[in-house]
Design a protein around this ligand. Sequence first.
Ligand code: GLY
Length: 352
Amino acid sequence: MIDKTVVMSRDVCAELDKAVAEAAPDKVFVLYDDVTERLCSPLLASSRALAGAVRIGIGSTDTHKDLNTLSSVWTALQKGGASRHSLLVNVGGGMVSDLGGFAASTFKRGIPYINVPTTLLSMVDASVGGKTAINFGGLKNEVGVFASPIRVIVDMEFLRSLDMPNLLSGYAEMIKHGLISTPDYWAALMRFDLGTADVSELHDLVAESIDIKARIVAQDPKEKGIRKALNAGHTAGHAFEAFALASGHPMLHGYAVARGLVAELYLSHSLKGFPSDIMQQTIAYIREHYGRFTYTCDDYDTLYGLMLHDKKNTGGEVNFSLLSNIGCLELNTIVSRRDIFAMLDFYRDTMD
Ligand code: GLY
């Protein structure tokens, strides 16, 4: 792996025991949410390092990614006698690694942590790259720090308990990685059929996805430039996600990203000359696998307003990470209201 802290494992307990032995902590804490405690902790039952660990439990889902939960983790670390030489192991999806990573990197000014991602989304995105955060003041990922885990242990076995929508949610970030990297990786993703394959067959595609992200993060850990490539599909995607949530029909993050990619590929094509055939093939894949989500023209102003307030923007303009071809990035592209409305038209014509 490009990021030497990431291990693709076929024996998560052995890998975890090795990582903990190398870290030589004075005490080990393990963070689960209530779903991962039930579904994923059995896979860690034979880990010697976790046998004596202090368990910390939090609620699952994004609603718990808040200051109260963070405070409860700090309290559990304190009451459990954690020192600066203790270690936190985060077992779960992006919510657990974001919040657990933030708790660890602030407790006593920072203790080491290990991520054991249990969802496809967290394997290919949240667990790697060092972003940690909680939601605050009604805004997602509003307070956090950049702080990398000392090890990320990725094992496909955790995906066996994941449902198809959550697999697809992670796969959307992989499609994004395909678009921002190479035609070969993109084509392999378009050929792969999540519906019929065994999750173990995802191993190489996941490893490649993590390497694509790691290569970018290594060049720009604090997102000053090239890391913005990872925001492809996310300007429109975040607007769709927030719109769906406000309408009472929450959408999984990856579904919003997939739909955001459809919308933004139109901008890439019309403004930057992205090839039509690759755009059409990607859209066909997303339409087939991610199903229907739409809005009416009465919603355009709301969606535009959501894009305008995306925290990636500055100066009252909407900023996109576009592409002129697979792997050819056009970062910081300011797009006019008129072109955004045309994008919203295109999305409805294509996906409705
Ligand atoms: N999820 C995008 C990033 O880590 O930069």
